[in-house]
Design a protein around this ligand. Structure first.
Ligand code: UDP
Length: 235
């Protein structure tokens, strides 16, 4: 395995699959768990940051006449719901897990404590970080970068529904071409929108590589962790 400790970022939207009527698609959950379990069984330490966009994003607050900060907290709570769903599905598959939250909610999960998170990883537990970093005006991408640095992960793996970073949107342009590798500077200068600026800068300043890859393709997470070229590496 090329990477021994990874931080996997999954968007909330991805858990919805193609469903228009439900927030969580059981088939997607099952598939993600299988991918994660294979990598865990191979001895890799795994931390996961999960988004909340399938349930609520802070940016939606305004249209509801709700203050932005309130909306951001709603978004953070949404990530905890997704984290609980993923945790439940992983436990059903016989995995050991911990859900740690950036906002205290002791009845459902542990608070995030960096040293404890690292200890869980060392013991082979998959750690899910819910509730973002616990502050409004941030995203779960920033959470992924920050937590990855804190737990000294080797890489941030950003699971998406496309197989890497393209020069233009591959879902709109047939002639879009994919980068297999980029430097942080190239990605910045080309304005490639890999993560929001806060998240991206944190990785760049701390020399933490990012790999953008297709999480929906079977076996792809394993390929990426093995160091095969299965997405775009930004380093
Ligand atoms: N959020 C926040 N602080 C954080 C992380 C998330 O305020 O540290 C809020 C923010 O409103 C965001 C929402 O939680 O829109 C859901 O997260 P995100 O949009 O990043 O989820 P994703 O797009 O990955 O599903």
């Amino acid at each position: 395995m090329k990477y021994k400790r990874i931080l996997l970022k999954l968007s909330g939207e991805s858990l919805q699959g193609n469903s228009k009527t439900t927030n969580l698609d059981p088939e997607v959950l099952e598939q993600y768990v299988a991918e994660i379990k294979a990598v865990r069984d191979a001895g890799v330490e795994i931390a996961i940051v999960i988004g909340g966009g399938n349930i609520f994003r802070g940016g939606q607050a305004d249209a509801l006449g709700i203050e932005r900060v309130q909306g951001d907290y709603m978004g953070m709570l949404a990530t905890v719901i997704n984290g609980m769903a993923l945790q439940g599905a992983m436990e059903r598959a016989g995995m050991y897990t911990r859900l740690m939250s950036g906002i205290k909610m002791e009845q459902v999960c542990e608070p995030f404590i960096r040293r404890r998170a690292i200890r869980h990883l060392e013991k082979g537990r998959v750690v899910i970080f819910g509730a973002g970093i616990g502050n409004p005006y941030f995203t779960t991408d920033s959470t992924a970068s920050l937590r990855a640095i804190e737990i000294q992960a080797d890489v941030v793996l950003k699971g998406t529904r496309v197989d890497g970073v393209y020069d233009k949107d591959p879902e709109k342009f047939e002639n879009a071409s994919r980068f297999s590798k980029l430097s942080f500077m190239e990605a910045y200068e080309k304005n490639l929108n890999i993560m929001d600026m806060t998240a991206f800068t944190l990785c760049m300043e701390n020399k933490l590589p990012i790999i953008v890859f297709d999480m929906n393709k079977k076996g792809n997470l394993m390929s990426v962790v093995q160091g095969q070229e299965a997405g775009t590496l930004i380093s």
